[in-house]
Design a protein around this ligand. Structure first.
Ligand code: ADP
Ligand code: ZN
Length: 632
């Protein structure tokens, strides 16, 4: 999502390209115009006579000399005494200067006696072989050119390609000269963690030699993940601006063309350009448009094209040294559909997640954008921040802009609180249509749900420590999240650890039950994870007393090997029933344990949820503060 300010510049770029699409037609018009002018020019000097009149003149001995080819006769008449012979209109056409002769042309008709008549009249005549090249060139090539330019014009109108066919394969990456990218980290607010992570890259781009000397490995590709309008593009530009390096920006969808191979050629071209300008940054927006996982869709041509383009991107990324000074930043809001090959080491192996800003972040972003307009002193940014939960950075920028427009329309000199209020209302109405703003009850539910997860994690000895709790939606599915450290994969887990993890998963659901006496759909993912975990404990890890040490191949394995239906289960129907019973029992037991804990910690649960409702995100220190405040 982009701001009006940003939007206008994009629009003008688009406009420029659109005009570019008309150029070929224009170039075609030039020769046609020349031909037209030539014919005008000729016709003004050469009269075309009917063949009968030509014969008349010939018999009257007025023809001085002629040149014949297959189709025409061009000639010169003796000027004197023509009036008497010619009928009036044709004579008018002959523009003869008095002393010189008059030129004429006529269409040759089949006339076998012509030559003998010419000889009899003593007329000098020259046969001419007319080279058919030029005319056939015009007859064949011109329509083709016209067709091509028209079709690419229409293709462009339909948004299918760059327009002009000869443009094919030429990257339209635009070069942002360093001095023009004046965006710095100061313009990016509320995402300090992301800035910290990118600082290393800025340092590298500033002094690549230093890093090269030390042989340090710098990431080639960084993937910025976040909802629309969370500042992904802004952040990438800021990295370029901070480092003072050129910024190549292209959108993934621009690579997807109707012709196979064009996208791949563009990728090649882009990387070649970038390597010339190194150190520099390549920014690929909407990476998912070209980086969608291969081998999922059917194999119609557009799909193959996308696959080829993606392959080329992978080749290019592998092809240059990470120390060469080209850094690729990419943005997406759908990391889950990306081809796993893109995320392997040496490619986009670093990920930066941008969330919608929390209360504090919103205040900072508002401050950045408020600098650009004149605010009346009554406007309090903290109040605005409190009222704009769920807004992304772009929404906030829009809000300030809208308020300024309203104030201007009302003839004010500064933006006042009521302008802001109205702008917020408008913005919220717009966002609600996109269902991005939660109502109060939803927010409360999410707050208690996440507080439940967090508290259970806190009071289970084998659970990972909570590092962050948030009720700000991340991604499409989750409404909030509780982050635990360490987040990396573990390969060996004890039963006690698994059970504690199970409890944490159920914490959200149980909290909702206790507080609201009702449950929501927000738990679907938790329950699925919990059930999968228990199923594995029972069927794979031999952790169930009832079933003992046996390991059972379940339908989960079936997904990966193509077995027939009869081979589906390696165990009896009765065992299947015991497995189901075991799973249910384990889940019930966990549910009971978690309920006990949360009942006991209810004051803490309330305190944590209320704090979350106000602050929206809590880091470790914030959580500790709540834990200290409420005696347990
Ligand atoms: P994305 O690429 O994630 O869709 P953009 O980077 O295009 O979002 O953001 C659009 C605009 O929103 C930016 O130009 C900027 O004005 C504003 N914006 C977004 N995030 C922030 C932020 N963290 N700080 C300041 N402004 C922001
Ligand atoms: Zn949950």
């Amino acid at each position: 999502m982009s701001l009006p300010a940003d939007g206008t510049s994009k629009a003008s770029e688009g406009e420029g390209r659109k005009n570019g699409g008309y150029w070929p037609v224009f170039w075609l018009l030039i020769p046609m115009l020349l031909l037209f002018l030539q014919s005008l020019f000729l016709s003004s000097h050469v009269a075309s006579l009917p063949y009968s009149e030509f014969k008349q003149l010939l018999h009257a001995g007025k023809v001085k000399e002629i040149t014949l080819d297959d189709m025409t006769i061009n000639g010169i008449l003796k000027a004197d005494g023509l009036e008497r012979i010619l009928s009036a209109p044709s004579f008018e056409q002959l523009k003869c200067s008095t002393e010189s002769d008059c030129a004429f042309t006529t269409v040759r008709v089949s006339d076998p006696t012509l030559v003998s008549e010419l000889e009899a009249g003593g007329v000098r005549f020259v046969g001419q072989f007319k080279n058919p090249w030029l005319s056939s060139l015009l007859i064949w090539i011109l329509p083709i050119l016209i067709f091509l330019s028209l079709s690419s014009l229409f293709a462009k109108r339909a948004g299918m390609s760059s327009g002009w066919l000869f443009d094919v394969g030429k990257s339209r990456a635009r070069v942002y000269v360093a001095s023009k990218t004046s965006i710095s980290f100061d313009d990016v607010a509320g995402i300090d963690e992301a800035k910290d992570e990118l600082m290393e890259i800025v340092e590298f781009l500033k002094t690549p030699e230093r890093y090269r000397r030390l042989g340090g490995k710098i990431p080639k590709g960084v993937l910025i993940v976040g909802a629309p309008g969370t500042g992904k593009t802004l952040l990438a530009k800021a990295v370029a601006g901070e480092a003072g390096v050129p910024f190549f920006s292209i959108s993934g969808s621009e690579f997807v063309e109707m012709f196979v191979g064009v996208g791949a050629a563009r990728v090649r071209d882009l990387f070649a350009q970038a390597q010339e300008k190194a150190p520099c940054i390549i920014f690929i927006d909407e990476l998912d448009a070209l980086g969608r996982a291969r081998g999922v869709a059917g194999s119609f041509s557009g799909y193959n094209e996308q696959e080829q383009t993606l392959n080329q991107l992978l080749v290019e990324m592998d092809g240059f040294e990470s120390n060469s000074g080209v850094i690729i930043l990419a943005a997406t809001n759908r990391p889950e559909i990306l081809d796993p090959a893109l995320l392997r080491p040496g490619r986009f192996d670093r990920h930066i997640a941008l969330d919608r800003p929390d209360l504090n972040g919103r205040k900072k972003i508002l401050a950045v954008h408020a600098k650009k307009v004149s605010l009346s002193p009554q406007v309090d940014l903290a109040t605005i921040a409190a009222r704009t939960a769920g807004f992304a950075g772009a929404d906030l920028a829009n809000l300030i802009n809208e308020a300024a427009l309203l104030a201007a329309r009302r003839g004010k000199y500064g933006v006042e609180p009521d302008d802001i209020d109205e702008a917020i209302d408008r913005q919220i109405a717009g966002l609600q249509k996109k269902t991005r703003v939660m109502n109060k009850l939803e927010k409360e539910t999410v707050a208690y749900h996440e507080a439940g997860h967090a508290l259970i994690a806190e009071f289970r000895p084998h659970a990972d420590r909570v590092s962050k709790i948030s009720i700000i939606p991340r991604g499409i599915a989750a409404l909030g999240y509780t982050q635990q450290l360490p987040t990396e994969d573990r390969y060996l887990l004890k039963k006690s650890e698994l059970l504690d993890r199970l409890d944490v998963l159920l914490g959200g659901r149980v909290a909702e039950e206790l507080v609201f006496g009702d449950v929501s759909t927000g738990v679907q993912n938790d329950l699925q994870l919990a059930t999968d975990m228990v199923r594995h404990m029972v069927t794979q890890y031999g952790m169930s007393e009832e079933l003992g040490l046996a390991s059972f191949d379940g339908p989960a394995a079936l997904l990966h090997t193509a077995r027939t239906f009869t081979e589906k289960y390696t165990y009896s129907e009765r065992t299947a029933q015991s497995i189901d019973a075991e799973i249910k029992q384990s889940l019930d037991l966990a549910h009971e344990r978690v309920t006990q804990t949360l009942l006991q910690k209810r004051p803490l649960l309330d305190a944590l949820a209320q704090t979350l409702l106000i602050q929206e995100t809590l880091d470790r220190a914030g959580l500790d503060a709540v834990l200290r405040k409420v005696p347990t």
